[in-house]
Design a protein around this ligand. Structure first.
Ligand code: ZN
Length: 417
């Protein structure tokens, strides 16, 4: 019989991981391969070993803790998440899934119940794009979308390449190809994560089962107008790059609001105004566009519409707009059989749940390219995440872990999906 997850265990691990933090006075900051992130990796590896897991690491620093099953040659069952953060984040995003996975494996091990497939907790390298500007480095490489060549091009703010950072840390880049996971190697994966929205809290539910993970499309936009004197240039003569940018941002918002997909968002989150002075009409503005949708088709339609509207802004305001597409990812549908296993686990354990869409992306988006995936959400207080105010009750994580442990066990003993 599986015991109930221990909230105090979960809290201890989370509190300890949270001490590896480069901004202890304002939230949690743990950026890929900085001192505190490396220390947190060592801590997680040592705790995995204490649980009796076999620990290995690949050439981009993805960490695997294996609980060996009775038929270790069968394709593996995975769970896990990430331990890196954005700047001044909270202590749950990612970490809840790593610690939750460790607790689930402890429960399975201590239950004495026979399980066939080996089960692994995976810590994916750099889910957040904080250091190299690209998200999901570890799982992206697993899916074959990040090559050794790419690591030579990715640079941090000090112009250091990912390749050189990995080399300095002693990762064997001759084995970079081995990171890629072939189809059939992993039987299925379940990621536990905080919701990062307020839907569960509003309904008073402890668990959400994700049916689709929205995928982002990102653009860098450069608007070129004419830099000129704020007083000397009359209103009809100016080619203001900033007001043109504002108009584009408002068009984007309008398109997102009228889009009839089940869930979508559009955000201008970073803006750089040049020269950024009180008495100068901005000659150039650079900004980011982040569009997410649970359907690739509706997202594509929105983008086509946006490009048409931008052309009109160019003509009307006499500016030039350059759109650079950074990525255009495809939303991930969770596997119906694993979703059903999660629902049955909730029902058996009498844990109330709801089906939901994940607006944020997760490593599961890339893992889903080579194996069936599903996700368990636990509530975020006030829906806040990527903030020092991020909070999830340890008891809620424990309920999520109860569902996770039961479902991992089911997967481990299942013949096929
Ligand atoms: Zn996360």
């Amino acid at each position: 019989m599986l015991k109930k997850a221990n909230a105090a265990n979960i809290q201890n691990w989370l509190d300890k991981i949270n001490t590896y933090n480069s901004t202890p006075d304002f939230g949690t900051t743990r950026v890929l391969f900085t001192e505190c992130e490396i220390e947190a990796r060592e801590y997680v590896k040592s705790e995995m070993k204490k649980l009796g897991l076999i620990v290995r690491e690949d050439s981009i620093g993805n960490i695997f803790g294996t609980l060996v099953g009775s038929q270790p040659n069968l394709p593996l069952v995975w769970t896990g998440s990430h331990i890196d953060t954005v700047l001044n984040a909270g202590m749950f995003d990612g970490m809840a899934g790593v610690v939750g996975g460790m607790e689930a494996l402890r429960l399975i091990k201590e239950s004495g119940i026979k399980f066939n497939r080996s089960i692994e907790v995976v810590v994916y390298t750099s889910e957040e794009p904080t250091r190299f500007g690209l998200c999901c480095l570890g799982s992206r490489a697993m899916a074959g979308h990040l090559t050794l060549e790419d690591t030579k091009k990715l640079k941090d703010e000090n112009e250091k390449t990912l390749e050189s950072v990995l080399t300095d840390l002693g990762y064997d880049l001759d084995k970079f190809k081995d990171i890629q996971v072939k189809k059939g190697q992993v039987f299925g994966a379940i990621e536990l994560h905080i919701e990062q929205n307020n839907k569960l809290e509003k309904k008073g539910l402890p668990v959400g089962i994700v049916k689709t993970i929205c995928a982002p499309t990102n653009y860098s936009v450069e608007v070129i107008g004419c830099q000129s004197h704020a007083g000397g240039t009359s209103m009809e003569d100016r080619r203001d790059a900033y007001t043109a940018s504002c108009e584009i941002a408002l068009i984007l918002e309008k398109l997102a609001l009228k889009c009839n997909s089940e869930y979508n968002t559009a955000t201008v989150g970073r803006v750089e105004v040049i020269p950024n002075a009180v008495n100068v009409i901005p000659g150039k503005v650079k900004f980011s566009i982040d569009i997410r949708d649970c359907e690739f088709e509706t997202k594509t339609e929105l983008i086509e519409e946006l490009i048409k509207e931008i052309k009109k802004v160019e003509e009307k305001r006499g500016v030039e707009v350059n759109l650079i597409k950074e990525n255009n990812d495809v939303p991930m549908k969770c596997d119906q059989t694993i979703v059903d296993i999660l629902r049955e686990s909730c029902e058996e354990k009498k844990i109330p749940y709801d089906m939901m869409i994940s607006g944020a992306y997760h490593d599961s988006m890339f893992v889903g390219e080579f194996t069936p995936v599903a996700m368990i959400f636990v509530p975020s207080k006030n829906g806040i995440s990527h903030s020092p105010d991020e909070w999830t009750d340890y008891e809620d994580i424990a309920l999520g872990v109860d569902v996770l442990a039961k479902s991992l066990l089911e997967l481990s003993n299942k013949e096929k999906l």
